[in-house]
Design a protein around this ligand. Structure first.
Ligand SMILES: Cc1cc2nc3c(=O)[nH]c(=O)nc-3n(C[C@H](O)[C@H](O)[C@H](O)COP(=O)(O)OP(=O)(O)OC[C@H]3O[C@@H](n4cnc5c(N)ncnc54)[C@H](O)[C@@H]3O)c2cc1C
Length: 464
């Protein structure tokens, strides 16, 4: 998308990670002068090891590139918006089947070289602790904060003090529950049931339930309390989000706490009508139906302790885990409360946010929010109303999620974020394949709505 030059404006972009790179590139190629800054040279965080921009700190995969997957759709939309991350990822790709995986060093170098070659971009390796003072000193009109999940403490504190209403608007931790291989469980006592719903001919339950007797439950709570925990790293100071507390921390609060939260049995009567003392709920994690998430079981226990303790649970003696639980540092905002729909701060409107700090999760999702923030800044510079990405598109669905989610829990792009398509009577009758039909419809609607959105942008501009 090409806009006319906006030469008199200068935008400060904090963070040369995935989102900051996209934002700087989008602004620069539209003629806006950018001051890009990053703290990694003076104070690298423990995950950083490369010198360049857009460092992939963990896996080298940007997930699926299949256009009929939610990740594939997001990539297609980013490509249409001129994403540098996708362009350079394709150039630095290594064989990885359906996934877009890259040689991370080559990928970072290509992006760094490209950005440093653009005359509109000035780069300064510096840590920012007071953005507004820095903006004034460097004559910047707008700011995009793309400092990521490991935003340095002084900047995080500045955001908390100046852009939020209280300590609960900026989160510092994110937690992952373990995922077990359903085929490795002994299903003898485990039963299918959704809370408060009867399983009939029409309804197939989504949840598996593992019931615990009083003795089993109390032993489990004791194990959680006494098990070895992963020590907190020096850069991590625990500050947990009430809606997503580690299960071991809840166990420490009292023996009954878990029975009134993620292990509550209410509405989960067995076929004989009896209510178990406590229940572990297992939610399907994949369409194949073999991976199950242990609902609410995010934990600080070490991996070794998780295996020891979980395998004592009924049915879990030979459990194999695809993923164990964890709690990790992740700085992100309560976007619904603090941001306007164009990702600008409600308190200081020339400050925008981009990347993981907005409440999305993942490399591509973060990068996409970089493009969005830059496009909104461009609109503001030209005195135009903010763009409204269609909620049916992948980018629109992500924005809609962070702006409306009941709990501010970071999310990857997934089919659950898109509006549900309405099936015809015939389509509703086709049983298990219904999911595939729905996904195909979501893809079709998303592509159509995004293309229409782009066409409208070009049409309205060419008519001005
Ligand atoms: C440990 C860890 C592992 C992850 N693994 C994956 C994974 O495997 N796959 C996946 O899809 N996602 C993963 N993520 C999530 C996330 O997608 C990535 O962190 C992604 O890089 C986020 O992009 P971003 O642009 O928002 O932030 P980043 O890529 O982290 O970029 C932010 C930049 O801002 C800079 N910065 C921070 N504070 C300041 C400051 N005060 N002044 C100046 N600069 C500053 C940092 O140095 C950094 O370069 C992981 C996150 C973490 C923390």
């Amino acid at each position: 998308m090409n806009y006319e030059n906006s030469k008199n404006n200068r935008v400060l972009v904090i963070g040369a990670g995935l989102a900051g790179v996209e934002a700087a590139y989008c602004l620069a190629k539209n003629g806006v002068s950018v001051l890009l800054v990053d703290s990694k040279k003076s104070s690298p965080n423990p995950t950083q090891s490369l010198d360049g921009f857009a460092e992939l700190v963990c896996t080298n995969s940007l997930k699926s590139k299949r256009p009929e997957s939610s990740h594939g759709m997001l990539k297609e939309e980013m490509k249409k918006l001129g994403s540098i991350i996708i362009e350079k990822a394709l150039e630095a790709a290594v064989p990885a089947g359906d996934a877009l995986a890259v040689d991370r060093k080559f990928f970072s170098e290509k992006i760094t070289d490209k950005l440093l070659s653009m005359e509109q971009i000035e780069y300064t390796p510096i840590e920012i602790s007071d953005p507004t003072t820095f903006m004034k000193e460097h004559h910047c009109d707008s700011l995009i904060i793309a400092s990521g999940p490991l935003t340095t403490d002084p900047l995080a504190n500045w955001i908390k003090d100046n852009l939020s209403d209280g300590p609960d608007d900026l989160y510092f931790y994110d937690a992952m529950a373990p995922v077990v291989d359903g085929d490795s469980l002994d299903m003898t006592g485990i039963y299918l049931k959704d809370r408060y719903k009867d399983v009939g001919e029409e309804i197939i339950a989504d949840y598996l339930n593992c019931p615990l007797t009083k003795e089993e439950y109390e032993l489990f709570v004791d194990d959680l309390k006494n098990g070895d925990k992963t020590p907190t790293k020096s850069f991590e100071k625990p500050k947990f989000f009430e809606g997503c507390l580690p299960i071991d921390l809840m166990a420490e609060r009292g023996v009954e706490t878990l029975r009134f939260s993620c292990m509550k049995p209410v509405g989960l009567e067995r076929a004989d009508g009896k209510l178990p003392h406590a229940v572990i709920q297992l939610r399907r994690e994949n369409l194949l139906g073999n991976a199950f998430n242990l609902v609410g079981f995010q934990t600080r226990l070490t991996h070794k302790e998780q295996l020891r303790i979980f395998r004592k649970l009924p049915g879990f003696a030979n459990a194999k885990f695809f993923k164990l639980g964890s709690v990790h540092r992740n700085t992100y905002l309560n976007a619904k409360k603090l941001l306007a729909a164009d990702l600008s701060s409600k308190k200081i409107p020339n400050i925008y946010f981009a990347g993981q700090i907005t409440g999305v999760e993942g490399y591509t999702e973060s990068a996409a929010m970089g493009i969005v923030a830059a496009m909104q800044v461009l609109r503001k510079i030209r005195g135009e109303t903010p763009l409204r990405f269609p909620v049916e598109s992948a980018i629109g669905a992500l924005i809609n999620y962070i702006m409306t989610a009941k709990d501010a829990v970071p999310s990857n792009i997934n089919f659950g974020l898109f509006p549900l398509p309405i099936l015809t009577k015939e389509q509703r009758k086709i049983g298990k394949r219904k999911k595939d039909v729905k996904k195909n419809m979501i893809c079709e609607i998303a592509t159509k709505s995004f293309d229409q959105f782009l066409a409208e942008q070009f049409f309205s501009r060419s008519n001005k």
